[in-house]
Design a protein around this ligand. Structure first.
Ligand SMILES: Cc1cc2nc3c(=O)[nH]c(=O)nc-3n(C[C@H](O)[C@H](O)[C@H](O)COP(=O)(O)OP(=O)(O)OC[C@H]3O[C@@H](n4cnc5c(N)ncnc54)[C@H](O)[C@@H]3O)c2cc1C
Length: 411
């Protein structure tokens, strides 16, 4: 077992980070769990239902977050970015950067007085990137973009939780070991890595995560059909383009591992709600390796989703006599064919979160999507493995981290 005088640092509170923290804490070790966002849950908190069961994502994530929050051996720091590790004279030191939030989450009682008084409506009850309230744990949020620093909120707060002068704070803590569970990053905005797919250039060409939010149950009004984001007209056809920016030497040579399945998931949700919607999934290879995944694909096909083995060479909006929408141009041998879709979803290009400085030199484990593209089940299994390796005292050789670096470097 590692030196229990110092806490083990777990970075990231997606499903992997939370699982690793709970495993370690349940074995009697002290854990410092840090998250750069304002809330726990990682990317899975943005998902609606999850394949292959179609169960709600929120419930298990909430349960894990609650368990971490209540665990006496887990200390949580949200709004805190892990910047790197270095070897100090007495062991490993982790460099952390605490963002200036300007509202102290421990003092705030959510009375809402600051929100009422704010002329810019810059105070929000929850993080702006989450569709529901509250975040985990609940955090009051000050939108720095809107706040004009008028200072009216400070005296209105009955518990003294607002401190307009608070600055970003960088500090180091001693840690006995580190597990990095930084997850994945979506493709960055323009210039998009695979510009031929038109990502970030038109409201009806969406990333898979944006589409997941658009069609989620919490956004769906019964009987209301899917609409184009550009002009609100009802969408009659939808195309998924798989491996858009993945398995591509210019960007990510590896497969993102989860995209075929979540395309089948999103397509089948929509087919159940709107059977007349024409849905085509353009793929390179369909990958459904896990338990129940092949059957899940079959189910989507039986619902009427068309799986077509072809990758368009060019995707571009059109508005003319031949129609309005997004044109997908396919070239096969000497033939050129064009398909028109109202909405296009780009799937792929999920990059493993890069390894922060020093993690390779100082003992550290990587788990979850950042070590290799993985769905929730596999991310959680990897997290358990990383915790077990630390408990078995097998850290220090950097072997796992080196493998992780290799993947991170390629991305
Ligand atoms: C559109 C879409 C749909 C999906 N649907 C499914 C599905 O139905 N079923 C399924 O099994 N999987 C699905 N997945 C995959 C699933 O989201 C991932 O498997 C899972 O989120 C990986 O969890 P993780 O903990 O490894 O990483 P993440 O969820 O990415 O969490 C990583 C966390 O680390 C934090 N972090 C990163 N760097 C730092 C740092 N330096 N300091 C502090 N914090 C940091 C991040 O803020 C984040 O909160 C889907 C993915 C996408 C894109």
């Amino acid at each position: 077992m590692p030196d229990t005088k110092q806490a083990i640092l777990v970075v990231g509170t997606g499903v992997a980070g939370m699982q690793a923290a709970l495993d370690l804490a349940n074995l009697g070790l002290s854990v410092h769990l840090v998250e750069q966002d304002s809330h726990l849950g990682g990317q899975a908190l943005r998902l609606d239902k999850v394949y292959p069961t179609d169960h709600c994502a929120f419930c298990p994530v909430w349960t894990h977050a609650f368990a971490c929050r209540e665990h006496p051996r887990i200390t949580i720091s949200t709004g805190t970015k892990f910047k790197g590790l270095r070897q100090g004279p007495e062991g490993s030191l982790a460099l952390l950067e605490k963002a200036a939030r300007r509202i102290d989450g421990d003092k705030c009682v959510f009375c809402g007085r600051c929100m009422e008084i704010c002329p810019q409506k810059a105070l929000l009850g929850h993080a702006p990137d989450l569709p529901w309230d509250p975040a985990l744990p609940p955090v009051p949020w000050l939108d720095g973009g809107r706040c004009d620093s008028c200072g009216k909120c400070e005296p209105a707060c009955p518990t003294g939780a607002i401190d307009a002068a608070r600055q970003t704070n960088t500090f180091e803590i001693a840690v006995s070991d580190c597990i990095f569970a930084g997850g994945f990053q979506e493709p960055r905005p323009a210039p998009a890595p695979a510009p031929e797919f038109g990502g970030h250039t038109h409201p009806d060409i969406l990333t898979a995560m944006a589409f997941e939010t658009l069609i989620a149950e919490w956004n769906a009004i019964p009987g209301v059909k899917l609409r184009c984001q550009s002009d609100g007209r009802p969408a009659g056809s939808l195309a998924f383009i798989q491996c858009a920016g993945a398995r591509d030497r210019r960007f990510l040579p590896h497969c993102s591992a989860v995209c075929c399945m979540h395309a089948a998931k999103q397509a089948s949700w929509l087919k159940r709600r709107q059977p007349d919607l024409d849905i085509a999934v353009f793929y390179t290879d369909l990958r459904a390796p896990g338990k129940g995944q092949e059957a899940y694909m079959k189910m989507a096909e039986e619902l009427g989703v068309r799986f077509i083995r072809r990758r368009p060479g060019l995707v571009a909006p059109v508005d003319g006599p031949s129609g309005k929408g997004i044109a997908l141009r396919h070239e096969a041998d000497a033939d050129v064919a064009t398909t028109l879709a109202d909405i296009v979803v780009l799937n792929g290009g999920l990059a493993c979160c890069p390894c922060p400085e020093g993690t390779a030199e100082v003992s550290a484990q990587a788990c979850g999507f950042c070590s290799e593209p993985a769905d929730i089940a596999n991310s959680v299994i990897q997290a358990g493995n990383a915790a077990a390796l630390i408990c078995g005292g097998q850290t220090g050789d950097g072997a796992l981290c080196a493998a992780f670096q290799e993947i991170g470097g390629r991305s």
